[in-house]
Each structure stands twice: as structure tokens, then as C-alpha cells.
Ligand binder design. Sequence first.
Ligand SMILES: [Zn+2]
Length: 300
Amino acid sequence: MGHRERVQLMVGDWMQRLISPGKGYVPCPRKLQMFVWRLRHESLVVCANLMRRGLKLDQSKCFFCGRAEEDGAHLFIKCKHVKQAWRELGMEEERSRLEEFTSVHAMLDALWGFSEKKRVLVITLWWQWWNIRNEIREGELAPGVTETIRRVRCGALEYAERFVPKKKDRQEGKWRPPSADELKVNLGGAFIPGSSFCGWGAVIRDSTGHIIAARAGRHEQNADAFGAEIQAMAGAVALAADIGAVRVIFETNSQLLAEALDVRKTDSSPYAVVIEDIKLQLKLWFARHRYAHADEVRIP
Ligand SMILES: [Zn+2]
């Protein structure tokens, strides 16, 4: 077997572990999985790796602090700037544990000892950090740590929704009717990655399960799955207001949406304006409203 085949086999094996549920699986998009793979094989083009390959660089120092030579350990774990990000993420303890390892392999193995949720957070942080590092190299301004961590949390939450396989033994949710003085709106958005629009639908039922109203729509200029859920919520609110609903339960299976609509939090995402408008509409039209989060509710 030639070197090339061996490498392909190795890559295939590692990728397989990453993309198939079970040990080593990372619930995140392929680009992040590839990123981790490159990290593990030290083929990320950090300055230290380039120089090891014999490249002469004008600038080989860390793009964040400008002090230490840039290598993976410094960039992702030891730099004072990335340390601040870890702290903001509430994971300083985990960071210092990873700092003790001298080899990338041992460190990543330790990372695999973390809970899946933490592992995804760390990988998402590194991925964001790597992108910011490349932006700085291109002469762009880096976003603040708070904004970076917001993106990390948002990303990790989205991956959990999209990529974590649903447990089979988890009881499939049954649609539960609202009480007699309430109406329930089930809503959902649909988005196909790569397209520029989304679809959404909303159905209102009463306590007997009868459909009172339903509406579906299409929204142009939509960039992601979260945007689709937001459009669904906006459509659902409008529909409920149109029929004069007073007490309403909005049921969605998007945890991200439920969090975004949490009145105590201010959102700073690109959807902030739409979200604030939805919150305002909710206050304006309904005497009482609440959200229910449902995993795979089967609607009769
Ligand atoms: Zn640094």
C-alpha cells in the first residue's frame, strides 16, 4: 500500500469516527470536523507549522498579542487573549487542564473526555478564533471577546439542534391540547442550506384539537435555519393576532428561538430588530402568551 493510500485510509477512519454517532462524534458541520482533523494532524497553517515546512515568514508572532511565536497551543490555549475568551465562556478550569498537555494528540484526547456539550463549545470557540485570526491577518478588525463568545454559544446551540442524533428511547412527544381558555399555535420554519429563502408554517388549535386557522409562507433573503424559525414565529404571531386570539401558547421545537424570545435577554444577533418587534407584538396583542418547547411533537 502506497503512502497516499495509507493517508487516505487514515483520513477516512478518522472522518468516519467524527461523522458517525458514537465515541468521537462531534455534532457540528463538516467544515468544523475538517478543522478538528487538521488540528489533530497539525496541518493547520499556523506560523509554526509553515516555518517547520521551511517557509520564511516576515511575521511569525501571534496575531493577537504579537509576543509569542504562533503555534496551535499558544493560539488556542495559552495566549492571554484566548484565555479571556475561555473565561468568558466559563471554562477556565477546562482550559488550564488542556494547557498541561504537551502534544496535540494527548490534548485532543483529553478534550474527548469532556462532555459532548463542552467539547462542541471548545471546538466552536477554536473555529471562531481561527477565523478571527485570519481576519486580523487580512487587516480586518477583530470583534470583541463578548461578541465572539456570543457567536460561539449561538453556533454550538445550533449544532446541537441540527446534529445531535435524537435519542430513540426518549419518549416521542405527543401533542397536548391547550386549556379551554387558550389557543395553541404550533410553528416551524424550514431552510435548505445554500438557498436564499425559507418556508414556514403555523397552525392554531383549540382545546379540542380542532384547527382554528393555519398559514404558511415563504420569506426571501434568509440565510440560515434560525432565520427560518424567526420568520415562522413572526408569521404565527400575525396569524394569532388576526383571528383575535387572547391567550396563546406558541409551541416550537427550536430551543434557539425560545431562548431568543426570552424577555430577560437582549439579543444582539443580526435578527435583533425582528426579535424585538416580535416581543413587542406579543405584548400588544395578547393578554397572555407563553412558549412551549417541544421535541419532535407529533401533531395529530
Ligand atoms: Zn498571543
